[in-house]
Design a protein. Structure first.
Length: 182
């Protein structure tokens, strides 16, 4: 109690709080963007899970459960990291919708399984680009822990791109052009 009542220490604590609020600002912005985007992408995967039809349904339906679990795990880690950095993650459907960069679409049964898989690749590529941006920004701001999280999740996302692209008969094309190559 004496330390907190001491004007010298009170000023030190206040200065620390102000510095803490300003640290890693760009990293926190990317973390929160990921909160919105991972939430939306989970819905995209869920929609694929519900609306797919075709001969590969029995194989792909449970695979979508695995994809959703992985995205939801990333969402939890990203949100908790943001909180650790004194940030406040988006936490409402409205905030997710207002801030996501992943397009929302009404579910229909008129898409083929390959079309649905291409939509997933598109979402994973978007996340990969955001993780790469986060790796750079966290590095610039000296946040090695968040940079490590971004690097690990980007590796996972790139593997998903490879796997889905291979299923579709394409090379993964993990590059800025994202061109399809047979």
């Amino acid at each position: 109690m004496y330390i907190l009542g001491n004007p010298y220490y009170a000023k030190y604590v206040e200065n620390f709080k102000e510095e803490s609020d300003m640290r890693y600002e760009k990293t926190k912005e990317i973390l929160n963007q990921l909160v919105a985007d991972l939430s939306q992408f989970s819905v995209v995967i869920h929609q694929t899970h519900w609306y797919m039809r075709g001969p590969e349904f029995l194989t792909l339906h449970p695979l979508m459960d695995e994809f959703m679990d992985e995205i939801n795990d990333q969402l939890d880690v990203i949100s908790e990291r943001l909180i650790t950095l004194d940030g406040a993650p988006y936490s409402t459907l409205q905030e997710f919708a207002d801030n996501t960069g992943i397009k929302d679409e009404i579910g229909t049964y008129d898409r083929t399984i390959p079309e649905r898989m291409e939509k997933l690749v598109e979402g994973y590529r978007y996340l990969s680009d955001l993780y790469k941006e986060g790796i750079e920004v966290a590095g610039e701001e000296g946040d090695d822990s968040t940079q490590d999280i971004f690097t690990g999740f980007n590796t996972d996302v790139e593997k998903k791109i490879w796997m889905i692209q291979a299923k579709l008969g394409f090379a993964p094309n993990i590059d800025p052009a994202h061109e399809k190559v047979n």
